[in-house]
Ligand binder design. Structure first.
Ligand SMILES: NC(=O)C1=CN([C@@H]2O[C@H](COP(=O)(O)OP(=O)(O)OC[C@H]3O[C@@H](n4cnc5c(N)ncnc54)[C@H](OP(=O)(O)O)[C@@H]3O)[C@@H](O)[C@H]2O)C=CC1
Ligand SMILES: CC(C)(CO)C(=O)C(=O)O
Length: 312
């Protein structure tokens, strides 16, 4: 059987981790980098992981997509704040009839990708991962790692489990990454937002870790109210998030090790925040369906202020 080749668009905390796992399992992986290019080209990748540390002294590193070979599967793992680059980065490296696997947080990114490339399958992946890039080419995987995958079709109609989903799943599972398959990508994306909207947003605005947000009765209530509003957003697009799921997310976070969300880390390190993909797209999608997500819009407005002030 011919092995599929992979490209990683953005070799950071997430792309570096999954790419290195795929390479370690025997697949050919090509990594696009920016500031870490020289270091990674010369020294490879270091993965410090709760599942076992490993290094890849030699990797296929690039700082220009034009030099990369076309690959069967292209993993989009930039921060969504860089997605305006996809128009230039994606077309040269994805094979005709290949797959684009979007592993970013947020909503509606697959629809943006579909406007850029045609004759490819687009799969969205929700990553339940806690990983940080701690130095150039050095990734620290703290916890979790499972990915939930669903294939995108126009307007997020239900697809069932497709052949392309099964192929990607086989490669990831062979690399030791657990996969769950979804027939309804849009529902999966809304469910991931049940976590990301309250915790990412409040962690920045209130300067708090997840354990602090859960320990205080006022912030815990805020978290829960926001989760309900995400469920209302989902409902406006015809997707039902059951009450039990909200309870599961609250319980999951209470049991989690105290966690500084990725948005809080970005804020602390003065990097642009993924506000549009995680907050803007959801409230705009709901508004287009006639439902006004007041609390989420309020978080969005505060985060936009903080992001703008930080950049000044
Ligand atoms: N980290 C995690 O545990 C999780 C992350 N996610 C999501 O995954 C996505 C990626 O996040 P994460 O990996 O944490 O982010 P990182 O910032 O760690 O990684 C993004 C990488 O993209 C690189 N990059 C940026 N611009 C370019 C460019 N023009 N060419 C090549 N490389 C470029 C960055 O390089 P440089 O540093 O040089 O700018 C960086 O290494 C986000 O949407 C996030 O929300 C979802 C779940 C968990
Ligand atoms: C929920 C969490 C922290 C890990 O499961 C995550 O996936 C994220 O930061 O987006």
């Amino acid at each position: 059987m011919v092995k599929r080749t992979y490209a990683i668009l953005g070799t950071g905390a997430l792309g570096g981790f999954y790419g290195a796992k795929l390479q370690k399992s025997g697949l050919e992986v090509h990594y696009l980098l920016k500031s870490d290019y020289q270091q990674v080209r010369e020294n490879g990748l270091i993965i410090e992981s709760k599942d076992g540390d490993f290094t890849l002294p030699q990797v296929n590193a690039y700082n220009n997509v034009e030099k990369m070979p076309q690959c069967d599967v292209v993993i989009v793992s930039l921060k969504t704040t860089q997605n305006q680059l996809l128009r230039d980065l994606l077309p040269p490296i994805v094979k005709d009839n290949g797959t684009v696997l979007v592993l970013q947080n947020g909503l509606d990114i697959e629809a943006e990708v579909a406007e850029i490339v045609s004759n490819v399958s687009i799969i969205g992946g929700l990553c339940f991962l806690c990983s940080n890039k701690v130095a150039p080419g050095h990734i620290h995987h703290l916890d979790y790692g499972q990915i939930t995958l669903g294939e995108y079709t126009s307007n997020y109609q239900l697809t069932g489990i497709t052949q392309k989903m099964r192929e990607v799943t086989a490669d990831f599972e062979n690399a030791g990454i657990s996969i769950e398959l979804l027939e309804d990508l849009l529902l999966g994306r809304w469910k991931k937002l049940v976590w990301n909207i309250p915790y990412n947003g409040l962690s920045v605005i209130l300067d708090a870790r997840t354990d602090e947000l859960m320990a205080d009765i006022h912030t815990r209530q805020l978290v829960e109210n926001l989760m309900w509003e995400v469920a209302a957003g989902a409902k406006s697009t015809g997707r039902i998030i059951p009450e039990s799921f909200i309870q599961t997310m609250l319980d999951y976070t209470v049991k989690m090790k105290p966690y500084r969300t990725s948005m809080k880390i970005d804020f602390d390190e003065c990097r642009p925040l993924e506000i549009e993909a995680i907050f803007g797209n959801p409230f705009r999608k709901a508004e287009a369906a006639g439902v006004y997500l007041q609390q989420i819009r309020c978080l969005y407005q505060q985060l936009k202020f903080l992001d703008m002030r930080m950049r000044k």
